[in-house]
Design a protein around this ligand. Sequence first.
Ligand code: SAH
Length: 281
Amino acid sequence: MTTQLPSHDWPQLQPGWVWLCGAGPGDPGLLTLHALNALRQADVVIYDALVQEAILDWAPQAEHIYAGKRGGKPSAKQRDISLRLVDLARAGKRVLRLKGGDPFVFGRGGEEAQTLIQHGVPVRIIPGISAGIGGLAYAGIPVTHRDVNQSVTFVTGHDQSGNTPSSLNWRAIAQGSQVIVIYMGMKHIARIASELIAGGRSPSEPVGVVTTATTDQQHVLETTLGTIEADIAQAGLEPPAIICVGQAVTMRQVLDWKGQMMGEPVRNLDPLGRGRPAESA
Ligand code: SAH
């Protein structure tokens, strides 16, 4: 298949610029056309751990630099990455900074862009499909559905110190948000689940855990708040995982389109028991 761009007045990645770009959750087809345009022009691609190899193959002319973090002090490493981007831009490179999902969603893209701008480096931001939306869609979980929720909350399960974020008011989130989407939640899932239950959510509330969403290795666990820790351990699931709490997860019974592509039957045409066609008034 060709990856030619359709004709359009595409922006040029100029020497000395950094384009901070989302690569989507995994499936290379979820890249934006701006991302593809950037891959075509870059001299250097600095990419994170969650960016798929296949996407880098679309920039064969560029140097590929891995900037994933492996332990250590996250903030110090982050600063190193940002300063490396500054150096590359100042050396006159066309720099593509490629991050998983969307660069401004739990991706430190805001910090990197701020550092670049503070150093006088011109920046363009290219949004991407975030795992908390697109990753769930690949599991047949709609983050909003008229019969389920009028709000959705995106939370991170880690703060800068690696702990459950203490600044989060879990009780308020439990009480105020019908659907809760948790990034980086695996490490502290037991604590998060018990905070949500303490905040009033039922232990039987459905939870979906989607690992390596949108890739060929995507795996979906359907569980509940009360049993999630044991079920994750039993299934042997590893990060990256996006976790969705709420009735949206039951919609998978009808909307698991990937399962249906593989020949699995629809489990329930009306999982919310509305007893009427989905689109009646
Ligand atoms: N900027 C990214 C999020 C980065 S934080 C975005 O917008 O998606 C990293 C976390 O994102 C992971 O710990 C996981 O919770 C989630 N994540 C990213 N890609 C994922 C994938 N393919 N499958 C499941 N979770 C993913």
